[in-house]
Design a protein around this ligand. Structure first.
Ligand SMILES: [Zn+2]
Length: 204
């Protein structure tokens, strides 16, 4: 039932999107189709996940946002986005940061609950950020990836009042019950937290 309803909504949104193409922007600003294209982080590019792959919510009213969970995709950036758009995969993250230039895709809105942590309680209370790369290939963790991700995390921490430290900005591996090891031993936590602090102070 849920799945059928979701695909009906998706189809309806697609139809609305097509119909709205010829309508002035001011009239479409609050439409569902427009909402699907919207982002929470101004420089992010919208690639909406399938509505089958996350839980719609109204955070932080419904749940507080207490954590940022850092992931590594084990996939190329574009493939990770395609997985989140595939309604059969039952997985998503709010953001995916590209390795070579730090470009950021937003796949799930921050008020919604992405399915990334493998732990419902942590999913409800976190923002999940995926980073293009593989845990055993540190060359994917470029300066651009660290810097752009840190700016994003600093913005999220500022918005929701999340303290900047490794207790609140955690790896997937640190989520209780985690079966994943990302971001892995090559992720430079000291550097990352330092960059998030620098970004919060407007220094990068
Ligand atoms: Zn992960």
């Amino acid at each position: 039932m849920e799945r059928a309803r979701s695909s009906f909504l998706s189809r309806r949104r697609l139809l609305q999107g097509a119909a709205l193409a010829a309508v002035p922007t001011a009239l479409t600003a609050t439409s569902p189709a427009e909402a699907l294209r919207a982002v929470d982080y101004p420089s992010a590019e919208s690639f909406p996940a399938s509505t089958s792959n996350y839980t719609a919510s109204n955070r932080p009213s419904t749940y507080p946002i207490d954590y940022v969970v850092i992931h590594v995709t084990q996939e190329y950036w574009s493939d990770a986005i395609k997985i989140f758009q595939d309604p059969s995969r039952e997985v998503s993250a709010h953001y995916v940061v590209r390795s070579n230039d730090g470009h950021i895709a937003q796949c799930v809105r921050e008020h919604d609950i992405a399915w990334h942590a493998g732990n419902w309680d942590y999913n409800t209370r976190s923002i999940g950020i995926e980073h293009e790369g593989w845990v055993d290939q540190p060359e994917y963790f470029t300066d651009a990836l660290y810097t752009q991700s840190a700016k994003l995390t600093a913005t999220i921490c500022g918005k929701y009042g999340i303290p900047i430290n490794h207790e609140t900005i955690i790896g997937h591996v640190e989520v209780p019950g985690a079966t994943h090891t990302d971001p892995g031993p090559y992720w430079d936590w000291a550097r990352y937290i330092s960059l998030v602090n620098a970004a919060a102070l407007g220094r990068i």
